[in-house]
Design a binder for this molecule. Structure first.
Ligand code: AMP
Length: 156
């Protein structure tokens, strides 16, 4: 019998399903995958991004897994924001950053790769070379049309 088969045989069905279906970040919270842990409270967990944009790049995640912001309950998102608010000035001081970006990719179209909701805290340094996204002005009447669509969804 192989080692993997032995291991599978010692797991309950629940443990086996949990191991198979957990997100990468749930495995990190559990300690099954190593990380450089930055912070933890009852609802959130934060650790260094494995491929940092700059040193100190940190991910803040909810301990309960939701794929993205569209699925997050408001209270869970607020718990994440509380942790972000606590961590941002401390990380800035720790790495001597000049500024901080916070960001959240939601959906593959937005560049999301790990489907366990997370907020990026990204220290920024004068002259670090990272560019902002290019913006472009609305065409004539386009802003009003977009605003009408948004207002319609807000009233629904
Ligand atoms: P996103 O594109 O917003 O889904 O970003 C996912 C982030 O997770 C990327 O910045 C990755 O570098 C980061 N990441 C992936 N695997 C790990 C890991 N094992 N430990 C820490 N960060 C990770």
């Amino acid at each position: 019998m192989c080692l993997l088969c032995d291991t599978i045989h010692t797991l309950s069905v629940h443990e086996l399903m949990t191991t198979m279906t957990d997100t990468l970040f749930e495995k990190i919270i559990r300690g099954d995958i190593p990380c450089h842990k930055v912070y933890e409270d009852d609802e959130t967990f934060a650790f260094l991004d494995i491929k940092p944009i700059n040193p100190g790049h940190t991910l803040v995640i909810p301990k309960t897994a939701y794929p993205d912001l569209f699925a997050l309950p408001q209270e869970t998102f607020l718990a994440m924001m509380r942790a972000v608010h606590y961590l941002v000035p401390r990380i800035k001081d720790a790495v001597g950053a000049d500024g901080i970006n916070i960001g959240m990719n939601n959906g593959t179209a937005a560049g999301q790769e790990v489907f366990h909701a997370h907020v990026h805290i990204i220290p920024r340094f004068e002259g670090d070379g990272h560019k902002h996204w290019p913006g472009q002005p609305y065409d004539e009447g386009e802003a009003e049309e977009v605003l009408r669509k948004i207002e319609h969804t807000l009233l629904a």
